[in-house]
Design a protein around this ligand. Structure first.
Ligand SMILES: [Cu+2]
Length: 220
């Protein structure tokens, strides 16, 4: 009985981050470097399957290259950037929206939509990517941004928060403009973090089970 409760708790802890809303990894990226952003759709709309995912490119983001996905048609909208970006020269035009249409992605399944981009700005700045998820005639507009603009990943009370990341110092600060030309660095984060969390969870479960067993032995 106790073992089952522990197991349920463990599964809940692991399952929650993946299923809630729209995830964005990595949580922190170095400014001015090319990075791959992964947007994870955790569920459909009231049980209906997802058939479109549209990401609005916010101010300060250049060099956007979406990853094509089998079974999804890709639409890339170009236009005037929300704010000009100075990198080598002033950049005023670029990709302003990326949309994948197709699937469908069943409500109980999850999938990742990725794009390559360079994000410019001050360290510590939170950058929000509004996402609209469409499921037939239903949609989730993950476009809410905390009023103080400093929400980070603590989304507080927002019902449909826009996924976000924080600009933070990377190891390769010398690599200033490489990102605009497809620098492959900066992707060592999320997988190793997940693995460490998993290992810690399993260790914690093992300790709990061992102490539960020891307690039972002690009583009998
Ligand atoms: Cu959710």
């Amino acid at each position: 009985m106790r073992r089952a409760v522990l197991l349920a708790a463990l599964i809940l802890v692991i399952a929650l981050p993946a299923s809630a809303h729209v995830g964005l990894e990595p949580a922190e990226v170095p400014p001015g470097k090319g990075v791959t952003l992964s947007f994870r759709i955790g569920h459909g709309c009231e049980g209906q399957a997802t058939d479109a995912v549209s990401i609005q490119i916010p101010a300060g983001v250049t060099g956007v290259q979406p990853y094509p996905k089998a079974g999804w048609e890709l639409e890339v909208e170009r236009g005037t950037l929300p704010e000009p970006v100075t990198s080598h020269q002033q950049i005023t035009e670029g990709v302003i929206r990326v949309t994948w249409k197709g699937g469908p992605l069943e409500d109980g399944h999850t999938d990742v939509f990725q794009l390559r981009a360079t994000i410019h700005g001050e360290q510590g700045k939170t950058v929000y990517f509004p996402v609209v998820q469409t499921c037939g005639d239903l949609e989730h507009a993950w476009i809410e941004i905390p009023a103080d603009g400093q929400g980070g990943h603590d989304h507080g009370e927002l019902e449909e928060p826009a996924p976000s990341l924080v600009l933070a110092a990377g190891s390769g600060a010398a690599d200033d403009h490489a990102g605009d030309h497809g620098d492959p660095g900066g992707s060592s984060g999320p997988d190793s973090v997940v693995i460490v969390a998993l290992v810690l969870s399993v260790v914690a479960l093992g300790v709990s089970l061992a102490s539960a067993t020891a307690t039972r032995r002690g009583k009998s």
